[in-house]
Ligand binder design. Structure first.
Ligand SMILES: Cc1cc2nc3c(=O)[nH]c(=O)nc-3n(C[C@H](O)[C@H](O)[C@H](O)COP(=O)(O)OP(=O)(O)OC[C@H]3O[C@@H](n4cnc5c(N)ncnc54)[C@H](O)[C@@H]3O)c2cc1C
Ligand code: FES
Length: 282
């Protein structure tokens, strides 16, 4: 069976560039280039999907795709140094060949979002697929299909914010509102200070004709959901992306279920209405 028809076989990719994202140096963005252009064509993805990154002899880890399909030529993944696989990735040098298996899971509902105002709320390093979504929506070929875009993104401190140059560029644009907040600023910080749920309440985007997209650590989700409800967003209009423990990534092993749903195959993107209740860690 060749690599393009076997869902367990990774595509070989070369680490083209590594960017250290944060002061703690435990978040790196990997720019990966397919060794075979045919594999790049076969890797047909949309914002919200993830892939398994594999390192020979260590295993594989599910990681959200941080690039948008409107940025051809490479894939971006932002990886936190956590354990076996992610440590090995953090020790890798540019030029090393690793594996990418996917794309996996579902995507943000781009068609349903058309004509709607979109509110994007992210916290911490879970902002990766929200970067993919925002980049997709802002692409000149897509921007006219969507209404007002508001991005609210928070991190613990200024040094922990991802994609700092892009955030600055978004803040300079007049076709989206970008609010960046930190739990606690430093001497140089001139932006917002405060937790994401509080800032969302202050910005108070209208729920009329709008969809809310949220991704962040469980604690942020827990405190953000009541604010979303107060703002009047229905559960069916509140879209979450979940990061659960996974193994196979293709609905075969039963490691990632919430009730009757598999996060890897039916998700990771769900509306709050679809989920009913959130998994225990949320
Ligand atoms: C859909 C999805 C998207 C994800 N996107 C990203 C991403 O964009 N960037 C990123 O850095 N990480 C992401 N993760 C989490 C990432 O998969 C885990 O951090 C990674 O698998 C850990 O692998 P490891 O071999 O380095 O760690 P291990 O050696 O396997 O584990 C080290 C520690 O991490 C914990 N851990 C392992 N897997 C997970 C998990 N899935 N969630 C929470 N804790 C875990 C373990 O309990 C242990 O304490 C995502 C997970 C999912 C399911
Ligand atoms: S990870 Fe195997 S079923 Fe979801």
């Amino acid at each position: 069976m060749d690599v393009m028809s076997n869902p367990y076989m990774p595509y070989p990719v070369r680490i083209d560039r590594i960017t250290v994202e944060n002061d703690e140096r435990d978040l790196k963005t990997f720019r990966l280039v397919f060794l075979d252009p045919e594999h790049e064509n076969a890797f047909d993805y949309a914002p919200g999907q993830f892939a398994e990154l594999s390192v020979l002899g260590k295993g594989e880890s599910p990681i959200g795709i941080a690039s948008s399909p409107t940025e051809p030529g490479a894939l971006l993944f932002t990886v936190k140094k956590t354990g076996v696989v992610t440590n090995e990735l953090h020790n890798a040098r540019e030029g090393r060949v690793i594996g990418v298996r996917g794309p996996l899971g579902n995507a943000f509902p781009l068609d349903r979002m058309k004509g709607k105002n979109i509110v994007i709320v992210g916290g911490g390093f879970a902002f990766t697929t929200l970067r993919a979504l925002t980049t997709y929506l802002l692409d000149p070929s897509n921007r006219k299909d969507y209404g007002a875009i508001t991005v609210i993104y928070g991190a613990r401190s200024p040094g922990e914010l991802l994609y700092k140059d892009e955030l600055a560029a978004w803040q300079g644009r007049d076709d989206l509102e970008t609010v960046v907040t930190v739990d606690k600023g430093d001497d140089e910080w001139t932006g917002c200070e405060g937790f994401v749920p509080a800032i969302l309440g202050e910005v108070a985007p209208s729920a009329t004709g709008a969809l809310m997209v949220v991704c962040g650590p469980p604690i942020m989700i827990k405190f953000t959901l009541p604010v979303i409800e107060q703002l009047g967003f229905a559960a069916a209009d509140t879209i979450l992306s979940l990061e659960m423990r996974m193994k196979c990534g293709i609905g075969k092993c039963g490691r990632c279920n919430i009730g009757s749903k598999y996060v890897c195959k039916d998700g990771p993107v769900f509306t709050l209405a679809e989920l009913g209740t959130l998994p225990e860690e949320y």
